[in-house]
Design a protein around this ligand. Structure first.
Ligand SMILES: Cc1ncc(COP(=O)(O)O)c(C=O)c1O
Length: 429
């Protein structure tokens, strides 16, 4: 793909937008404040317009009118039906995917199950870029299992990528499980899923991929990579809404070998038989625990439908183009002002955000949200100590927005406007 850009001016950005095949999808999302540019879809995706009538129907008709009868009409099988749509996006079979619980809880279930299955092996490998919750869950399981397992983290030489050798040197015949974020939450580095899975398999280890920063933004083919296990959230690039339930994937041939550590009634063969003895379902269903959160589960569907309609290949192509354009502007406008790029420059190993590094990242990100004038605000997110993450989402981001955002950062830096921001931090950054 050719990624040269003619000019840093806004008219060039508008010309790029006019040639964008996905531009009509922008209208699918609520965008009630045209003066605000949203570059935080890697934390919480935008609200699809059709989620509003859909939820109205779930609440007023399905719950309000139809009451408990809705369980049989459309609620009971929702974790699978919505899961089937997601399966298409991540290269999995319908029988391998289910929507349930949070990413952290799904990770708990699958890590625990994998370690039990791999008994005798005591090493778990991850990396320094993994999301803290993933590492905490693993640490908790190690304690729970008696402290005989050891978590080892692959290091990064450049603070942006992890080279294959860093993992290769750690994974051995004593490794039970490798747990990695496919796209790193801070730098946006993306692993070659197939290569790392093969590497782990060659030593007899299983691999669990956290797809939270990849699904909906990057092409994923779990089956082609022969991936064993995966989890991920639906509230980022899948636009499922705050706290929308997460998903888990288990490769078909190992479902019956793994046992969920949480024996809830929804994972039983026949929940409504109310048997006192638990008998796990002989399918992915055994990883369900309790009653699905029907309202937030329903809200996932519109985002998935839009993403499937736009096509993940087209979305990824546009995401790359938008990020390359952003990098072009950063290099021309912000690098001379003391900013640097904390993400891979090679788009094939970069997800859908670019990390901008600056010692004043916190105050600059707050100044972007406040805006210098009323006519323009930009919402990025900040990650300690010095990262401003700027995320693009091909189904609603535009080149013009990227241009305006980078220009605002330049203005904030030129005028030192960020010095008007106080240092105390809010709870959610
Ligand atoms: C990569 C990654 N994994 C796990 C989580 C935690 O997800 P949850 O809050 O659904 O447990 C997050 C949250 O942002 C994340 O980015």
């Amino acid at each position: 793909m050719k990624n040269s850009f003619e000019s840093i001016d806004i008219f060039a950005a508008k010309r790029l937008d006019s040639k964008d095949n996905l531009k009509s999808f922008r209208n699918e999302f609520v965008n009630s404040d045209p003066t605000t540019i949203y570059l935080d879809g890697n934390s919480l995706g935008r609200l699809p317009k059709r989620t509003i009538p859909l939820l109205d129907n779930v609440i007023n008709k399905e719950w309000g009118n139809d009451l408990i009868g809705s369980w049989n009409k459309s609620w009971y099988d929702k974790p699978y039906r919505v899961g089937n749509k997601l399966a298409k996006l991540i290269g999995a079979k319908n029988e391998e995917v289910i929507i349930t619980d949070s990413t952290s809880i799904n990770l708990y279930k699958l890590v625990y199950a994998a370690l039990r299955h791999q008994s005798g092996r005591t090493k778990i490998i991850s990396d320094v870029f993994n999301f803290p919750s993933d590492l905490y869950v693993i640490q908790g399981i190690i304690k729970e299992l008696g402290g005989n397992h050891k978590l080892e983290l692959a290091q990064s030489e450049d603070g942006i990528t992890i080279c294959d050798d860093a993992l290769n040197n750690l994974i051995d015949e004593n490794t039970a499980l490798v747990v990695l974020s496919h796209t790193a939450f801070k730098s946006g580095f993306v692993y070659d899923m197939k290569k790392i899975t093969e590497l782990a398999h060659s030593k007899g280890a299983l691999v669990l991929w956290d797809l939270s920063h990849s699904a909906g933004a990057v092409e994923i083919n779990l089956n082609d990579a022969n991936a064993d296990l995966a989890v991920g959230c639906t509230y980022k690039y899948l636009n499922g809404g705050p706290g929308s339930p997460a998903y888990l994937y288990v490769r078909e041939d190992i479902i019956d070998k793994l046992e969920s550590p949480i024996w809830g009634w929804f994972g039983d063969q026949d929940p409504f038989a109310f048997n006192p003895e638990y008998k796990p379902a002989a399918s992915i269903k055994k990883f369900l625990v309790g009653t699905p959160p029907v309202i937030s589960l329903s809200a996932i569907e519109p985002g998935l439908d839009i993403t499937l309609k736009a096509g993940i290949t087209n979305i990824r192509e546009k995401n790359i183009r938008l990020s390359e354009y952003m990098i072009f502007l950063i290099n021309n406008i912000l690098v001379p002002l003391g900013f640097s790029i904390g993400s891979p420059l090679d788009s094939s190993i970069r997800g859908s955000h670019v990390s901008l590094v600056h010692p004043e990242a916190y105050r600059i990100s707050k100044a972007m949200i406040r805006g210098i004038k009323d006519d323009l605000k930009v919402i990025p997110d900040y990650r300690k100590p010095n990262n401003i993450r700027l995320s693009v989402s091909g189904i609603y981001s535009s080149f013009e927005e990227i241009n305006k955002a980078i220009t605002l950062i330049k203005d904030i830096s030129d005028t030192r406007y960020y010095e008007t921001i106080a240092m105390p931090k809010e709870l959610v950054t």
